[in-house]
Ligand binder design. Sequence first.
Ligand code: ADP
Ligand code: MG
Length: 361
Amino acid sequence: MRTITLENVCKTFYDKSRKLTPVLAIKDFNLRVENGEAVVLLGPSGCGKTTLLRLIAGLDHPDSGEIYYNDVPLDAIPIEERGIGMVFQNYVLIPHWESRKTVGFFLRLRDREDEVPAHVETVAKITGVDIESLMGRFPRNLSGGEKQRVSIARAFARDLELLLFDEPFANLDAKFRAQARVELKRLIQEFNVTLVYVTHDQVEAMSVADRIVVMDAGRIIQAGAYENLHANPDNLFVAEFLGTPTINKFWGVVSDGEWDGSYMGRARLPRRRPNGCEVIVGIRPDHIRICEEANGIPATIDRVTPYYAEKFNLLEVWLRKRRWQIQVPLGQSFVPGDTVYCRLDWSRALFFEATTGTRIR
Ligand code: ADP
Ligand code: MG
């Protein structure tokens, strides 16, 4: 196990032909991952997750700033002593190697090949998956999911201190992903290593992480446990990125010390803002209710989508020219074109400065 510390890490990609503007992929990044902690880097495509993971692995070097393993600069640690197990999104297994050879690679190099069967047995026992039956096969005879299981078994088959995963299940179907997350969680708990896991998928992040670091454009936007990020976002980016269905946004302006959303009504702000200040209100789809006509905001149903597993209907409605999403219990029937009356739970509303996206609290 080990801690990882990133101090003011920057990474820019320059175009060799000098025609394109340089890409500032990682900007002044500071992070400490504790011993045995599972940290997930979560953010949209292109925000710098893979770049950061490669820097942590030592596959790339920062332009400035420093990375430490257990407070020793990464550059001072020989590659063979770094103890990293890695799994990538598209792990290209060597085509003419059967799985046993792939999994045993690290141990074979150290003349410890006799440890491989016990290792495979351990991984199979922890995950509850019969990977032994995959050991005699070549990559061409493995499904995508089985290939990733072999990659994962290989990542664990070494003297492991640190696991680095880059969207390992992104190319697999939903059912397998759910199963694979459970298996991985068991392995992580059993092996008790430090983990940095990259994904753009919040469900995956939630199921793997002790702590989620939300990234955008090469920076940390907010870090914390999922529930906290979801309920208490510091800004509009986090509020919109986390939570399915997505949060609804309503634009308004401060007048007489209150938020004025015209036909949306008025609301009290958590903190005084000057009149004329533009403020966006965010309300999650499960914080809007359908109510009796007299006291609701009228909206026209556009589409009804049932989510049977989660036990709700998602109503997409038009209000004037704006589209909202409302989550209602299954059972009641709704017809596109009908008018429904909605009431917002203002106690759950989140307020953001429209210009910066910063939360007002
Ligand atoms: P993510 O993994 O979050 O999708 P990446 O770390 O792959 O994002 O990329 C971050 C940014 O850096 C993107 O704008 C990407 O185009 C750019 N980038 C990544 N690798 C290179 C490279 N080798 N050369 C030039 N630009 C790159
Ligand atoms: Mg990536």
